[in-house]
Write a new protein. Structure first.
Length: 263
């Protein structure tokens, strides 16, 4: 009898472990699928994610290799690249309609800012956010899953979202100066209480909020850097020509016109 009880207990442990592993792998693949499905809907560009690993017991998780593509008309492959991010969630909330994420920490994102004579990629991506994942997409194909929701229809609450160590790689074609490059730091971005209260927010709504802030801050930093590049490049070459004042005025006026086009 004792031997039978031991066998039953062992089988129960094996079943529990198997179930936990099954949920673990299902959850990881579900998150990856959601990111790669919802991402392109709201950004209108390719979104790829290398891997997701979430422990349902501890509530901790890691995301690696998130890459957001560049809008059409720009030559670089990606606009945003996140090497890794960590998260902490409330395990019991996985069983409810609203998943509570205690924190998300994104480390050292790489932003590509590409300024051409017709505009820049980050502004184009931000405009995509305004038009992506809205009512138009929902009414086009009523038979499909609603835009911005996964199969389970779960909502989210993120208590703390932190982005640190970001860098912006700038590639700007400036009037009369050609292409200039630079790398500048992105200020820390700290968001709190996203989806707190009520039923929470959808993954698409969360993505839009975070990306909108990230793009806004990146644009501020990049535009200042481009203006500084124009000033520095002109001043450094000031002794090479006899019409330095005129060159500076025309170049900086051209830079100003580039940014006016985006308004």
């Amino acid at each position: 009898m004792k031997k039978l009880i031991k066998i039953v207990l062992v089988l129960l442990v094996v079943l529990i472990i198997a179930a936990a592993l099954g949920i673990h792998f299902f959850l990881d693949s579900a998150v990856k699928k959601a990111v790669e499905t919802i991402g392109p809907q709201i950004t209108k560009v390719d979104v790829k994610l290398d891997s997701v690993s979430i422990s349902i017991l501890s509530g901790s998780g890691k995301i690696k290799g998130l890459v957001i593509g560049n809008p059409e008309g720009f030559k670089y492959k990606s606009s945003i690249s996140l090497g890794k991010a960590s998260l902490e969630l409330k395990p019991t909330s996985l069983l409810s309609d609203k998943i509570v994420v205690r924190s998300i920490a994104v480390e050292s994102p790489e932003i590509t800012f590409e300024q051409t004579l017709s505009g820049n990629n980050l502004l184009a991506l931000r405009k995509n956010l305004d038009s992506g994942g809205g009512e138009k997409e929902k009414t086009k194909e009523q038979t499909k899953e609603p835009v911005g929701q996964d199969a389970s229809g779960k909502k989210l609450q993120v208590d703390d979202f932190l982005i640190t160590g970001g860098k912006i790689h700038i590639f700007a074609k400036l009037p009369a100066l050609g292409e200039k490059t630079a790398t500048v730091s992105l200020p820390e971005i700290h968001l709190k209480d996203l989806g707190a209260g009520g039923n929470g927010i959808t993954p698409a709504e969360l993505s839009k909020k975070v990306l909108d802030v990230l793009l806004s801050e990146s644009l501020k930093v990049a535009e200042k850097a481009v203006a500084d590049l124009a000033k520095g490049a002109v001043i450094m070459g000031g002794n090479l020509g006899t019409n330095t004042t005129g060159k500076i005025g025309k170049t900086l006026e051209g830079v100003g016109d580039l940014f006016k086009k985006k308004k």
